[in-house]
Design a protein around this ligand. Structure first.
Ligand SMILES: Cc1ncc(C[n+]2csc(CCOP(=O)(O)OP(=O)(O)O)c2C)c(N)n1
Ligand SMILES: [Mg+2]
Length: 697
């Protein structure tokens, strides 16, 4: 063989330098912060280099280019790899920001945060979630292609690339999502597994000895195994992964954590601790890297990385031209695209949703299903499904068709019994930007998908959850299925709006609010059981606007000495109990509070109008009582709820045993009311009223 010519040698050198730059930026940043994860960026640098310079179609000058490929770093602890890539390829992430890794207010937080750092596609860190997000993004791209591509023009060009780690693939959420991705044949998804045999506690042999390749093959994935430091092998594998369009691809890349660090190499210590000054020096020496300056980027390396992004110019420009031609040739599709992207809803959305169920009394899950059908007409980008509970949750969009392998034009998902995967996939669908995704299950199983709900809130993404069977009054299924703490468990996540509507109007307004809320998730808690109609004589636009404020006066009475605040199925009960109390000479105002977060976000004038300061309040909700103090504040208050697990029995017996008949509620209020006023006169100033203590514990 002849000696390589000098051009080839120069190319080889800049490649090595480009990889080493990525490694050293991570090492220096972690060292400067004295915090972070140097090992995985070092181990993944070869994979990332080949992926980003030869495969990923992106355009840093237009980071949200709709035709782009998306990159998901599922193992978010390796964030410095991503920050290095974004910096080097020309995103607005200056070196100064890399120097401020993990510092207050920097663009380089410990784990990547979408919306915070330009070029970051999703927030990762909780392991496994990114794999689910990638599946959702891939599904969204398939669904968008089915809607918008035409015989003449392909505008959905983006593919999904990702890197995941041992931790990602140990987590169940990744298995759920991967199983569904295989089932749906998401051939636009290309994941590389950083198979470094190391996690925090040591060798993966401690706890992870399964055959991952066989597992993914069984899921229906296209699976390859390579040496993750061999650039030619990485390129061949990624080319094969991209060429495989019928199945998602997993490339198991055997790598070495902290590759290039003489002593830290292959150690668990390199996972999450700075290398230390001595090892940093040894690494730089071993790689022929200058010890100073730190954060060193050789000029030819900068040019090389920039050129790698510039190589996408023809694709970028061709896409823009195609998109322009597509817009001109397909005005209706273009309008649909614009409406979906902007989530453009009709002004009279509320009125139309209310009209779809006006005057009807039923279970809110049934009313919700009817409202959904109308919502689906007004928001064609609304898509959704359930975790195998549609006959109960009633969330199918009728006549829309299912999303199936090879046929992605439908709007109904069948997630299977995979709530956690569903949540992570919904986040991916939301991140795509062209859909409003909805997912449903029983309220009690919201716990199975809490991590992605939390992430949807953190990312401020629009996801709608429909959680039915929202209280013990689901009946015979018993305490395993009866949520007690779940409403407050969701309310306590910042940024989640939980709606628990009481009747047709509230159900419609809750749906409208969820559709309009494009910067965060909304959860609808709906009843299994039929609910009574509420006194709502006018049901005017003003009344509906009041509902949208989250808490409002349903029954006003200027002479009333106190207020009953209730939600969902307990609002009707409050009205009934109020009538019994009134018959005994104690009139009550009734407040319905379908969304506590909305109510608490109203100005003081509204809150004081609904709950006058100083006026005693009774709260009534079939769930934990402790947190209602956040609503009643300093007002004398009694919290009626359920602070133990439920029981398996018919609805009527549960109402009786848990004190939720109108007579019992009226009686409990009467007792408290009497006691409260008597005690208030006698008790020394500042002593708590008896009513502040939850009863029935
Ligand atoms: C759901 C979840 N559990 C635990 C952690 C804490 N954690 C961060 S990284 C990690 C495991 C690291 O192993 P691996 O994923 O193989 O990454 P590597 O050490 O190879 O970089 C753990 C347990 C987490 N981020 N997310
Ligand atoms: Mg590992």
């Amino acid at each position: 063989m002849s000696a390589p010519n000098s051009d080839a040698k120069a190319a080889l050198d800049v490649t090595t330098l480009a990889v080493n730059t990525l490694k050293m930026l991570a090492v220096d940043a972690v060292e400067a912060a004295q915090s972070g994860h140097p090992g995985s960026p070092m181990g993944q640098a070869d994979i990332a280099y080949v992926m980003w310079t030869q495969f990923l179609r992106h355009w840093p000058a237009d980071p949200v280019w709709p035709g782009r490929d998306r990159f998901v770093l599922s193992c978010g602890h390796g964030s410095m790899l991503l920050y290095g890539l974004l910096h080097l390829t020309g995103y607005p992430l200056p070196l100064e920001e890399l120097k401020r890794f993990r510092q207050w207010g920097s663009l380089t937080p410990g784990h990547p945060e979408v919306g915070h750092t330009v070029g970051v596609e999703t927030t990762t860190g909780p392991l496994g979630q990114g794999v689910g997000n990638a599946v959702g993004l891939a599904l969204a791209a398939k669904m968008a292609a089915a809607r918008y591509d035409t015989a003449a023009q392909t505008i959905i060009t983006g593919r999904i690339f990702g890197i995941c780690s041992d931790g990602d693939l140990m987590e169940g959420v990744a298995s759920e999502a991967a199983s569904l991705a295989g089932h749906l044949g998401l051939g636009n998804l290309n994941l590389v597994y950083d198979d470094n045999h190391i996690t925090i506690e040591g060798d993966t042999a401690l706890a992870f000895t399964e055959d991952v390749a066989a597992r993914f093959a069984a899921y229906g994935w296209h699976v390859q195994r390579i040496d993750g430091h061999d650039h030619a092998a990485i390129a061949l594998a990624l080319a094969a992964a991209v060429a495989e369009t019928a199945r998602p691809s997993l490339v198991l890349a055997r790598t070495h954590i902290a590759n290039g660090a003489p002593h830290a190499h292959d150690t668990a210590e390199a996972h999450g601790a700075p290398l230390g000054a001595a090892e940093v020096a040894a690494t730089k020496d071993a790689l022929g890297w200058p010890r100073t300056p730190t954060f060193f980027v050789p000029e030819e390396v900068r040019a090389h990385w920039r050129a790698s992004a510039e190589r996408n110019r023809p694709d970028y420009e061709a896409w823009q031209a195609t998109f322009g031609a597509w817009r001109a040739a397909n005005p209706a599709l273009a309008q649909a695209w614009d409406d979906a992207t902007a989530k453009r809803l009709p002004k009279d959305l509320e009125a139309r949703l209310v009209a779809s169920v006006a005057g009807q009394a039923d279970a809110t899950r049934v009313l919700g299903s009817k409202v959904l059908q109308e919502a689906a007409k007004l928001a064609p980008w609304l898509v959704g499904g359930s975790a195998d509970l549609d006959p109960s949750t009633k969330t199918a969009i009728k006549g829309a068709g299912s999303v199936e392998k090879g046929a992605y034009g439908g709007r109904v998902f069948h997630f299977g019994i995979r709530e956690h995967g569903m949540g992570a996939i919904l986040n991916g669908l939301a991140l795509d930007g062209r859909f409003t995704p909805m997912g449903s299950t029983f309220l009690v199983f919201a716990d199975y998908m809490r991590p992605p709900i939390r992430l949807a809130a953190l990312m401020r993404k629009q996801v709608i959850y429909v959680f039915t069977h929202d209280s013990i009054f689901l009946g015979e299924d018993g305490p395993t299925h009866q949520p007690i703490e779940t409403l407050w468990a969701l309310r306590i996540i910042p940024g989640v709006e939980v709606w628990r509507p009481a009747d047709a109007t509230e159900t419609a307004i809750a749906w409208a609010a969820a559709l309009r809320r494009t910067d965060g998730p909304s959860a609808l808690a709906l009843s299994r059981q039929k609910l009574p109609a509420l006194p709502r004589p006018a049901d005017s636009a003003a009344d509906q606007a009041a509902v949208a404020r989250g808490g409002y006066v349903l029954v006003e009475d200027a002479t009333a000495a106190f207020t009953i605040v209730a939600t969902g199925s307990e609002v009707g009960l409050a009205v009934e109990a109020g009538a019994l109390l009134a018959a005994g000479g104690r009139t009550a105002r009734i407040v319905s509070m379908p969304c506590v977060e909305r109510f608490l976000a109203q100005d003081a004038a509204w809150r004081d109008k609904v709950l006058p300061p100083g006026k005693p309040v009774v709260t009534l909700e079939a769930g934990r009582t402790a947190a209602w103090g956040a609503v009643t504040e300093a007002r004398p208050s009694l919290h009626l709820g359920i602070d133990r697990f439920g029981a398996s029995a018919p609805l009527k017996d549960l109402q009786q045993h848990f004190g939720f008949t109108a007579e019992q509620v009226a009686g409990r209020i009467r007792d408290w009311n009497t006691e409260h006023w008597v005690r208030r006169e006698r008790r020394p100033q500042g002593a708590p009223a008896r009513g502040n203590l939850p009863r029935g514990k």
